[in-house]
Ligand binder design. Structure first.
Ligand code: ZN
Length: 95
C-alpha cells in the first residue's frame, strides 16, 4: 500500500473550486482533481494544468460527454469511460 500517492495532498484547505461538469462550487478537498495529458484523463499528479469534478458528476454518465468537450481529451467515449473507472477505483483505495 505504500506505493499509493495521496492525491488529496494537492488540495489546500478552505479553497473553493468549480466542478467542470455541473459548475457548482465545492470545497477543493471534496473534489476529484484530474488532468488531461497525452495518455488521457488521470488523477492530478502535481504537474501541469488540472480541473475538478465533484463526486456526483464522476459517478454519472453525463460526465463522459462533458469530458469529450475538454481540450486535449480523448474523443473516444469508451476510453474516457475506462479512465474514469480507473480513477474511481484508485480513489476508493485511498479511503
Ligand atoms: Zn459536478
Amino acid at each position: 500500500m505504500g506505493q499509493l500517492i495521496d492525491f488529496r495532498k494537492f488540495s489546500s484547505q478552505n479553497a473553493v473550486r468549480m466542478c467542470v461538469c455541473c459548475r457548482q462550487r465545492f470545497m477543493q478537498s471534496e473534489l476529484f482533481r484530474l488532468q488531461i495529458n497525452n495518455a488521457g484523463i488521470k488523477l492530478f499528479d502535481g504537474n501541469g494544468r488540472s480541473f475538478y469534478l465533484c463526486e456526483k458528476c464522476i459517478n454519472s454518465s453525463k460526465i463522459i460527454i462533458s469530458l469529450t468537450k475538454l481540450k486535449n481529451a480523448p474523443k473516444d467515449k469508451n476510453i474516457i469511460k475506462e479512465q474514469i473507472e480507473e480513477i474511481r477505483i484508485k480513489w476508493q483505495k485511498l479511503d
